[in-house]
Design a protein around this ligand. Structure first.
Ligand code: NAD
Ligand code: DAU
Length: 356
């Protein structure tokens, strides 16, 4: 099966009003003016039309407000646009929320994926340049100890949270579609993303916003858990690379080769903040508070990315230090984006999650 020609494709993307999907679209819509991009997004609390303001008027971009679980709507989108590439970002993505209530995670992340697979299978019989990219996560592999080698693509799936179990379920479904129907799917598993436009429920964005508001920064447990951080534009680049050069039926691990303990990440953010605000050294760190640990908290994630380096010639290009400075700078200049989010849904969530 030949690789699709990105310069003249019809690309259905899902969930691109969220953090990573919007970074991908802002890049791709500008880069491929002859291709059509159709974005279906339910606009949950995590979906935000402001993330795509810079491309909303472009002729090659179409937004459809809809749920990937809506059978009639999804079927009519496939009939009308006949996409030859699908990139499935749509998901409930926050681990803590999946612990509070897993239902929507199973619905969107598993059944929503099934809906897309079924519709693509129906229309793709006569296509020869087609591919389905599933945006999965390193969390499907479970947790590492401090001395384990990083996850590679052959690690078993051992998810520990309802969120990661739902993502692993979708990965298994996709594997079954490939094995049973020869369905042209590829799976990307990436580590923790950070960068502009990330909803302030996730660790880095929450810490930055808390600092601007002079509010406590909640660190779970002892803060010694480790994540492998990647700047979001590097992930967008990885997905573009996968569409063009990935092999059908394969799984690809992506990561930033930047393992950090949570407490070190938070302290770095505090120290940058002191510098940009010309505050006394150590001032911001006073806002750090240690709170009750996340149940089933995974100790460490780390990605072995030697396969994508060799096979796709892909490397992350943004160091953690550069990415973090860029991110803090963006939140400083874009209060208009995040201040409105602090009312309503997020306010209630903070109360429920942190009792703050
Ligand atoms: P996000 O929560 O910021 O955005 C999710 C988007 O999906 C939102 O726009 C939301 O409105 C939309 N959505 C949710 N349910 C939907 C439905 N039923 N139908 C249509 N749209 C729906 O998520 P994100 O952080 O951008 O993550 C995107 C994808 O990347 C997810 O699949 C996630 O599992 C995966 N991922 C995330 C990270 C990370 O660090 N954030 C890392 C690796 C993989
Ligand atoms: O690894 C990829 C995954 O990264 C993605 O699949 C998920 O969609 C994404 O949400 C993210 O999951 P994490 O649980 O790793 O990210 P989060 O930002 O929620 O937490 C990062 C670490 O920080 C984790 O060890 C928990 C901790 N944490 C998080 C929050 C929100 C805190 O200590 N305090 C907090 O308030």
């Amino acid at each position: 099966m030949k690789s699709p020609d990105m310069s003249k494709s019809t690309i259905l993307v899902t969930g691109c009003c969220g953090f990573i999907g919007s970074a991908f679209l802002r890049r791709m819509v500008a880069q491929y003016p002859q291709s059509q991009f159709i974005n279906i997004d339910k606009l949950t609390y995590a979906g935000n039309l402001n993330n795509l303001k810079s491309i909303e008027a472009k002729k090659n971009y179409h937004f459809i407000h809809g749920d990937i679980l809506d059978r009639d709507k999804v079927e009519s989108i496939f009939q009308e646009y006949k996409p030859n590439i699908i990139v499935n970002f749509a998901a409930e993505s926050h681990v803590d929320r999946s612990i509070l209530d897993p239902t929507s995670f199973l619905e969107t992340n598993v059944l929503g994926t099934l809906m897309l697979l079924e519709n693509a299978k129906k229309i793709w019989q006569s296509f020869d340049d087609k591919r389905f990219i599933q945006i999965s996560t390193d969390e499907v592999y479970g947790s590492l100890s401090e001395t384990d080698p990083p996850f590679n693509e052959r690690n078993n799936l051992q998810p520990n949270s309802p969120y990661s179990a739902s993502k692993a379920s979708a990965d298994l479904l996709i594997r079954a579609y490939y094995e049973t129907y020869g369905f042209p799917a590829l799976i990307s598993r990436c580590s923790n993303n950070y960068g502009p436009y990330q909803h302030p429920e996730k660790l880095i964005s929450l810490a930055i916003v808390s600092l601007f508001l002079k509010k406590p920064i909640p660190v779970y447990g002892d803060g010694r858990q480790i994540r492998d951080w990647i700047y979001v534009d590097d992930h967008a680049d990885a997905i573009e690379c996968l569409i063009q050069n990935g092999e059908i039926g394969e799984v690809y691990n992506f990561g930033g080769e930047s393992e950090k303990r949570n407490i070190d990440v938070i302290q770095s953010i505090c120290d940058i903040f002191d510098r940009i605000r010309a505050q006394k050294e150590g001032e911001s760190r006073k806002l750090i508070i240690f709170v009750k640990d996340r149940p089933g908290h995974d100790k460490r994630y780390a990605m072995d990315i030697s396969y994508v380096k060799e096979e796709l010639n892909w490397n992350p290009s943004t160091s953690f230090e550069v990415g973090l400075n860029k991110t803090i700078d963006w939140y400083q200049k874009n209060e208009m984006w995040w201040v409105p989010l602090l009312q309503g849904e997020l306010k209630d969530y903070y109360k429920k999650q942190y009792h703050l």
